[in-house]
Every structure is written in structure tokens, then in C-alpha cells.
Design a protein around this ligand. Sequence first.
Ligand code: MGD
Ligand code: MGD
Ligand code: SF4
Ligand code: MO
Length: 568
Amino acid sequence: MNSNSVACPLDCFDACEAVFHDDICKGSKEHKVTNGKLCVNFANLLKEDFNIDSYIENQKVSLDKALEQVVEKLKKTDPSNTLFYRGDGNLGVMQNAPKTFFSKYGSVMTKGSLCDEIGAQGLSQGRGGNVLNPPIENLIESDVIIVWGRNFTVTSPHMYNLVKDKTFITIDPICTPISKKSELHMQINPKTDHELALLLTRFTYMEDAEDEEFIEEFGEGADWFFDLAKARPVVSYEATTGISLNDVTKFFEIIKDKKVSLLLGLGIQKYNEGVQITRAVDSFAAYIGLHNKDVGGVWYLDESSYGYEQQLKANPKKTVSLPEVDYGSYDLVFIQGANPVVSAPNTKRVIEGLENTFVIFFGTTLNETSKYANIIIPASNFLTKRDVRLSYGHQYKTISNAVKPKVEGTISEYELTQFLNEKFDYESLIEQEKILDYYINTEVKKDYRIDSFEFLEELEVENLYEQKKENEFYFITAKRKENLNSQFKSDDKVYLHPNSGFNEADEVIVSSKVGSAKFIVSLSEDIKENCLFVFSGNRKANYLTSEKKDEEADSAIFQEVLVSIELS
Ligand SMILES: Nc1nc2c(c(=O)[nH]1)N[C@H]1C(S)=C(S)[C@@H](COP(=O)(O)OP(=O)(O)OC[C@H]3O[C@@H](n4cnc5c(=O)[nH]c(N)nc54)[C@H](O)[C@@H]3O)O[C@H]1N2
Ligand SMILES: Nc1nc2c(c(=O)[nH]1)N[C@H]1C(S)=C(S)[C@@H](COP(=O)(O)OP(=O)(O)OC[C@H]3O[C@@H](n4cnc5c(=O)[nH]c(N)nc54)[C@H](O)[C@@H]3O)O[C@H]1N2
Ligand code: SF4
Ligand SMILES: [Mo]
């Protein structure tokens, strides 16, 4: 074990390892995925202007004073009227510590996610709970990689580096960097992936390409699924999905007799019926036989802590759906590692809520959300605290050492939890070393093979294309190379196709049923003509999105929205 290793704490598939030496961080050569290189976001993080000051009502105070105030406030408030809200600013396992205190204290907590939960449930339903990724070697050994609703080169640059010589097929409404490296780019209409899955299933049958062995041994309901696929004339899918039958034929030419991997991303699931849509896509994958193979398989965001006994376990008494959180309905809200003013849906509603409650913000930086905080507690930065980082992209874990002395006036998640436990006479946590040693020393056996597969038998999706008016656009958000969600300097423009009728640098007001906001236009051929594109982390994007949760997973549906544009 390298005592100079540092884990990148950012929410990213790669979970890279850096080595700290002479005040410099370099990409570890021993970590298979990192392979000696770090990315622009890691560089951004090293340059980050970390907050080291505590504040009460915008006045700088000592950390002791701020903590004293937190305790006093918590003691005076009815715990059942408080909310604990955690984001994904740092994915180390030690981030789970504060939640254990707030669960004992009795705060309401959140369920669902702003991220991957919809897709995870879609996969879980068909596979009897097993949503594990195959080992990365299965990907490396495959011939063809289908990238479906995933911005592969941007959101996992190191995993991409391991497979960059493969043949790619991309299914995405946007011309992404990976689509440009692909043999085939199916520029699909948003929220029609379930239809494409059915069309591909239909062709699989016509091409005699179904995996009879898998279906026979593990599958249930394959006939029903196939019935769904043939319920509509093949040509009718062309108009709705925007994918030509020629492209479908080409798809089968490319994958014929090849070892195939499928990388699924968030793009297919940010919708009200995202669970069903994901399950339709996974059912196609099962039909064609991608599961349970020695090479290839289906990858999504893995359950990174699978197989570990949770060392920092919280048992909340009451939970609320994350996207629908109504901050103003609580007397006190504790926010850790999050920036909901930018990252949660319906920004106007979030701000109004935060203005109407008492906010304690615990983060490494000041951000759009900390502006609404009554108390700010500065968290110690990643170079100054120990941690372990598990990955949702691959099977390797990364150990983070405290390679720099703690900055005076900051406090780690573990220390804050111990402090609060003591003040409330709660049992203290076990030693941090023991928690970390458990994660470091436990080898988890992950079996990605599924015992049974239940094909999707019914599909009920309200199509956005049926609601969309001539002058409206689909609203697409995807991650940006130089940002990690809302962290670091953002690009706040809207991107439109040159045929959209707008000009470069136009000032426009974009409106949805939820709200509206002003943006500057940038034109790009990469955007599908019927789409308006913004980067995730755009400071105004979520003025347009609805807080309504999806139909099954208590999660955000950032793309269940149509927008119109006018010159401002
Ligand atoms: N550089 C960088 N890396 C990151 C992040 C970051 O902010 N920056 N964030 C991290 C996080 S939190 C996560 S969850 C992961 C997410 O990683 P990804 O799953 O790659 O997430 P997105 O960038 O949202 O990519 C979604 C893709 O789906 C496409 N898409 C949109 N709508 C549809 C649709 O209806 N159908 C189809 N087929 N495609 C569609 C988009 O154009 C986009 O290319 O990335 C992680 N990695
Ligand atoms: N429209 C739209 N909205 C989206 C998305 C989208 O695709 N479209 N993507 C969604 C996704 S996938 C995600 S995961 C969310 C992410 O949204 P959030 O969970 O809000 O994460 P970040 O934007 O990264 O904000 C992280 C904050 O955490 C704090 N932080 C960083 N490190 C630490 C630490 O070590 N300790 C503590 N205490 N705090 C720390 C920093 O102050 C930082 O500002 O956004 C979602 N929002
Ligand atoms: S690729 Fe992801 S995990 Fe690796 S250094 Fe960059 S942000 Fe961190
Ligand atoms: Mo995410």
C-alpha cells in the first residue's frame, strides 16, 4: 500500500488514484484505470479555492463558535422538523459519517436520487436485483462497444482509454465525442429508446440473432417481450425514433459474430417512465444474449458498495423523495456536500424553500447554495483527510491518505460526527482507522451473472413526441469535460443547431411549464435540430426542470420537459 496515494473524491466512474510527492499530485501508474494520467477536473480540484472560514449569518466566526451554534440550534429544534440532505460532492466512504448522527437525532432523510436510481431500478426489476457490472476485463476483451445514452469519453476518460481501439456504436441525440469515433451513430429522438429497443429486438429475430440458450435457461416472458416488439409495423418506428431502417441493418452488420459490450448511461433514464425504458433496453440486451458471458456484457453505474457491510449505517425514521424536497417545510435543513440551487430540479422553488428555513451548510467550498446558509461549516479538503473510494465504473478501489496537514478551522466529516455524538451523549463511532481498514482489507466477490431474467412484458410510456409542439424543443443536459456537476467554473450557454432560427450570441429567454431563464445562444452542428442542449452544471438549467419525481424510483426527471425559445 502506498502511503502517498490519494483518491480522486469526485463523482466519476474512473475513481482515479494520484500519488502525492513533493507537493505535486501525479496519476498513479499502479492503478489500472488511472494508468499514470489525471484529468482536467482533478487539476481544477487542486486549484480549488477551498473555504476555510466558518460563518454565522454571513459573519466570519471561529469554527468552535459555529459548532456551538449548530449544537444549540439542533437542541432547540424538534428533530422531526429537520432535514438531512447529502449530495455527491465527494464519494469517499467517510462521507457517510454525518448521516449516522442525524439518523439518531431523528432528522428526515431523502430517498431516490438526482442521478442513476431510475436506471438502476429498471435493471434491477428484470434481473432479480442484480445490477452489478461485469469486471472491466470483459469490456477490454470485447470487439464492439455500444454506447447508449452515455457520454463515454467525457464521463469516464480513463475507462475509455483502456478500450479506445474498439469499434463503437453510439445511440445519442447529440453528436458527442464518442459518436464521432463511432462506426455508426444512431441520432435518436429523446425519450424513444424503448421504441428503438423494440425495433432492434424485432430485427434480432429477423436476423436469427437471438440467444436461444440464454433465453431458454434464464429468461422468463421473452415471448411477451417479442409480442410487444412486433405490435407495430417496423416502418412506423422510423418516424418516432428518428432512426432509419438502414442504420438498424448496419447495426446488425457491425455486431454480427462479435463479442459485444453495452455501456448504458443516464441519458435513457431521465424521464418519468425511465424505469420501464431502461428495462426495455436491458430486455433487448438479454434477447440478443449480452448477459452472463465471459467477455462483453452490460455496464451501468455499479452499486459501488455492494458486498461490503456498511460501516457507517443510518436508519432514518422518515424519508422524502429527493427531487421533491420542500426545504421551506422544515425548521432546519443540514446540507452536506451538495449544491441543490444548481443541481436539483426547479431552482426557483429550491431557493424559495431555502429562504424559508434555517440552513446549515457543510462543504469544502462556498457555492450557490451556501449563499442561503445561516451557518457555514468548512469541511476539510480531500488532501487532508483519510478515506477510501469505491467505484461505480470498475472493480478497483482507491485509498486516500492525508498527505497534507489539516487546515486550521476546517473539520472532517468523521470529526464533525464525533463532535456531535459527544454533545448529544450518543454512542461514538468506532475508530476511523478501523472503518477504513475494513474497506481496505475486505475483498468482495462480485458475481455479475444473473440467476434469472424477467423480460419486460408491458410498456406504458407517455411519449414526449406526441406532446411536443412545432416550435418546442427537447431539453438535453449532459456532463462537461471541464466540470464535475456544479463544481468548477461552468459554461452557462444554450446550444442549438444552426437551423434553429437563432443566431450565435443571441440573448434568449427559454421557457418551460415550470419556469424560464435567460441564456446566450451558441450554435453547433452537434446538436440535433429538435433539441436544446445545456451542460449539466449550467447555473440556470434547472430553472426549467420540474421537481416531480418519476413514476417508480423517487428520482429526478430532468428531461421530462419541453421548452420554447424567444429573443429577449
Ligand atoms: N467530466 C465529467 N465527468 C463526469 C461528471 C461530470 O460532471 N463531468 N459527472 C459524473 C456523474 S455524477 C455521473 S452520474 C456520470 C454520468 O455519466 P453519463 O451517463 O455519461 O451522463 P451524461 O453526460 O448525462 O450523458 C448522457 C448522454 O445521454 C445523451 N442523451 C440525452 N437524452 C437521451 C435520450 O433520450 N436517449 C439517449 N439514447 N441518449 C440521450 C446525452 O446527449 C449524453 O451524451 O458522469 C460522471 N462523470
Ligand atoms: N439538469 C440536470 N441537473 C442535474 C444533472 C443533469 O444531468 N441535468 N445531473 C445530476 C447528477 S447525475 C448529480 S450526481 C447531481 C450532483 O449534484 P450535487 O450532489 O449537488 O453535487 P455537486 O454539484 O458536485 O456539488 C458538490 C458540492 O459539494 C461540496 N463538497 C465537495 N467536496 C466535499 C467534501 O469533501 N466534503 C463536503 N462536506 N462537501 C464537499 C462542494 O462545496 C460542492 O459545491 O446533479 C444532478 N443535476
Ligand atoms: S477522471 Fe474522474 S476520477 Fe479520474 S481524476 Fe478525473 S474526475 Fe477524478
Ligand atoms: Mo451523478
